[in-house]
Design a protein around this ligand. Structure first.
Ligand SMILES: Nc1ncnc2c1ncn2[C@@H]1O[C@H](COP(=O)(O)OP(=O)(O)OP(=O)(O)O)[C@@H](O)[C@H]1O
Length: 407
């Protein structure tokens, strides 16, 4: 806000005792004139200030009303199809209903065809939403050529084999399936504790098949506005079609595919709608196409049966924490670029790390390296691994065996 200019100076009346009566009278008259002019100026300023107060009050009222509308009604998301003299045609996300509606005068100038907007129960446009491409870009991770390879994954050879069979073969040899006359599994669900390599697996498949890797976190699909989650699901599949061949990876699928709860809040209904959209998209696509879909969860126990039906996520692959041999293999992978001292035996180190996930082992290797650096060494010793293990236990970043995630 601009600062108001300083107030006019108060005129002073200086009467000299030596003055004649005539001079006094004239000085008083002068003073009176100056007082009047200052008074006039102050009155003008006062009027201006009153006007400003009124206009600010109006603005506050408007904002209050807007706030109330935003708070009191649920908002739906729609896209502006067309503007005409009769109003604005919008298409609601979720149900694709087209409606002729109005724009609030405040947004009159701003709304244009193609914009994403929030509408209230009476379809009136309330807010202009941020650019859709932004929302898309924020919600999805797109990697045209992920760098992870199968060689980077340790301890879960059987799971790697199963994923390759379920995802890679249909992408690389769709004719085989056609000739044999079977449909490949539609979607693959990886389940198991965090940090066991589920994301890596999906990336490695995309890498090996030269497919684009598109990741969406289930939590990103749980959106504030009605219709937004299902719209993102549609965007996700559209993007995959544009980028074929593609591997869609939906992490934390439990966020949108949990068992129905008894509560009937609008938030739950919205999550349900998003899940239905996901199932629709999956039902609607050709299993032998160039898009494969992999989902992951740490909470298998929470999942709604509907997503596990045939034709949906019908290949379930458990990705557990590695056993001792698996841990040694993972340690070998994460230390292959490190200079290990002669006294380091990864099998021996790994034997003592019951309960460690792949991600924990990656942290252990990094921590051990840090101890060497702190000591001014470039080679990493057995002692460094022991110190790293102690530090991780202190940081509490490693799950205690026996307190594994439920899945
Ligand atoms: N089996 C593994 N082999 C090698 N490294 C692994 C393995 N599992 C995990 N890691 C390491 O842990 C990191 C995280 O793994 P990843 O993101 O694949 O786990 P996730 O199972 O998808 O976990 P979350 O459930 O938390 O998403 C990897 O970048 C890698 O450094």
């Amino acid at each position: 806000m601009s600062r108001s200019p300083s107030l006019p100076e108060r005129p002073r009346l200086d009467l000299d005792p030596e003055m004649s009566d005539g001079e006094r009278l004239s000085a008083i008259k002068q003073h009176y004139k100056r007082m009047r002019s200052v008074n006039e100026e102050l009155e003008t300023r006062l009027d201006e200030a009153d006007e400003q107060t009124e206009s600010l009050k109006g603005e506050v009222d408007q904002l209050k009303r807007r706030n109330e509308t935003l708070k009191s009604s649920s908002l739906y998301v729609a896209t502006v199809e067309e503007r005409s003299d009769d109003g604005v045609i919008i298409k609601q996300h979720g149900n694709n209903q087209e409606v002729l509606t109005e724009v609030s005068p405040r947004l009159e100038e701003e709304v244009a065809a193609g914009d994403r907007v929030a509408i209230n129960d009476s379809f009136a446009i309330q807010t202009l939403l941020s650019d859709e491409t932004d929302a898309r870009a924020q919600a999805m991770e797109v990697d045209a050529s992920p760098e992870v390879t199968y060689d980077d994954i340790g301890g879960i050879d059987e799971q790697v084999r199963e994923v390759r069979e379920a995802v890679e073969d249909p992408l690389e040899r769709p004719d085989m399936f056609r000739e044999v006359g079977i449909d490949p599994p539609s979607g693959v669900l990886l389940y198991g504790p965090p940090g066991t390599g589920k994301t890596m697996l999906a990336k490695a498949v995309a890498n090996h098949t030269d497919a684009t890797f598109i990741k969406m976190a289930g939590s990103e699909l749980v959106r504030k506005f009605i219709g937004e989650g299902s719209r993102l699901v549609r965007d996700l599949f559209e993007l995959a079609k544009e980028r074929e061949p593609a591997v869609i990876f939906i992490d934390e699928i439990d966020a949108v595919a949990s068992k129905r709860t008894d509560s009937k809040t609008s938030g739950d209904a919205e999550v349900q709608r998003t899940m239905m959209q996901l199932l629709n998209e999956m039902d609607g696509f050709d299993e032998r196409g160039e898009i494969r879909i992999i989902a992951a969860t740490n909470r298998f126990d929470m999942l709604d049966e509907a997503i596990l039906r045939p034709g949906r996520f019908d290949r379930l692959i458990e990705v557990p924490k590695p056993d001792a041999a698996g841990r040694a293999h993972i340690l070998d992978i994460h230390t292959r670029d490190m200079q290990l001292a002669g006294d380091v035996d990864t099998t021996e180190v790994a034997a003592d790390l019951d309960g460690y996930s792949g991600a924990d082992l990656a942290s252990l290797a990094t921590e051990a390296g840090m101890f060497a650096i702190r000591d001014g060494r470039t080679d990493v010793t057995h002692e460094d691994f022991l110190a790293a293990k102690e530090k991780l236990a202190e940081d509490d970043s490693v799950e205690v065996p026996g307190l594994d995630y439920q899945y």
